[in-house]
Design a protein around this ligand. Sequence first.
Ligand code: HEC
Ligand code: HEC
Length: 184
Amino acid sequence: MTAAILLTAGSASLADVSGVLRLCTGCHGEDGKGIQSEVPIIAGMPAVAQEDALYAYLDGDRHCATVPMMCKSAERLTEDQIVELAAHFAALPFAPAEEEFDAALAEAGKAIHDRDCAMCHGADGQRDADVVVLHGQRKDYLRYALQQYAAGERTQLPAMEKKINALSSEDTEALLNYYASYRN
Ligand code: HEC
Ligand code: HEC
């Protein structure tokens, strides 16, 4: 019921993003930075990666284990709205979460990232048109996402799975500190 009211509120047509944006900004913020630590920053995230993520929630490849409302929000969207919302948040400027980190762990994490992850996620936060950025993303969200992958609760590329499964818990902590150390 609430969804119907939100979707039809105002004079905006359903294809116009302003009509559905409120389904998202309560958690992701107007600026796309997320209002709490488990909500990922989606400002500046490539649109195609956002679309893939939204379909993964719809298909059950991702589970919204800690915040079920995320998946419920995705269920309310039409395909056009998914495209428009992804384009909207992709166009907002990315700013790193600026989390606390341990410098020695961050250095160890950089070596692991460069060896195992940079070929797909880019070295030192380098931007790519279709791959998600890990540098500067919220630490709690990344920890949760990595736990979900490791537990088989979230579908991933086989080539990534091999790398994720080989990480020790110390490696994971080092990676999280490295991504948290990113400042631009
Ligand atoms: C109740 C809070 C909440 C609402 C409302 C919400 N989200 Fe989310 N969003 C989250 C959380 C938490 C996650 C991480 C969930 C997970 O993977 O289990 C997330 C993940 C995402 C991701 C994946 C990001 C990544 O780094 O992979 C995208 C894209 C996204 N949301 C877009 C949206 C859009 C578009 C809307 C509006 C239709 C929306 N969200 C509504 C909380 C919310
Ligand atoms: C073969 C390419 C590839 C490799 C190697 C790879 N990834 Fe990924 N990764 C991806 C793709 C593509 C996605 C987005 C699709 C998805 O959600 O599975 C992703 C998503 C992620 C996410 C979720 C981000 C978000 O915003 O939801 C995390 C965390 C992650 N990767 C961490 C890592 C780490 C850490 C390594 C190295 C140990 C790694 N990946 C290696 C391709 C790769």
